[in-house]
Design a protein around this ligand. Sequence first.
Ligand code: ZN
Length: 217
Amino acid sequence: MKIIRKLIAVPLVFVLLHVLAAEPTEQSVSPDAALATLNEGNKRFVDAKMSSSKPTAERRAATAQSQHPFAIIVGCADSRTSPEIIFDQNIGDLFVVRDAGNLVDDYELGSIEYAVEHVGTRLIVVLGHARCGAVQAALEAATAPGHVAAIVRDIQPAVQAAKGKPGDLLVNAIHENAREVADKIRKKLQVGDLASQVKVVSGYYDLDTGKVEWDKQ
Ligand SMILES: [Zn+2]
């Protein structure tokens, strides 16, 4: 019985190692082309000219077996900031990672690395947004009850950096937070040689106009 198990286990291990060692997926779309597609979609959204037939059964069928999203979006969990809607995209277009305050830690970084290495995505967008409750909470206190404490703790550096700058403190802190998260991704992302192909940008979504503005990179 032991021998049979070994006979099965060896080929399984070989197959698994082979899969893990496979060449990373080639890029689906260049970062600049991906950014242009996001801008076009956001313009349709701002102008209330969104594509009317999403999601289509054809698109669902086309992506059911494999995905090649052209952009990774690190966004806030805020219900008003759904990337597929504000960029007017479809099923399979965006690889979305969301949590309150658009922060990244190990789970999020691992998700992003997966998208770069295995589904060919090269553009990473960190998207802050107007009146972000997480940043507002971090402005009001350095700690909070329960697990919200981790969120306000990790936004503190952005709050401190924004203090004393001209303009609205909350808006500045939201911009700063998105920029700092983008920097963290640049520093911590582990994608080997693919790093040179990856572009990380940060931006700000205006809840009133629907427009996304990009930070100077
Ligand atoms: Zn938010």
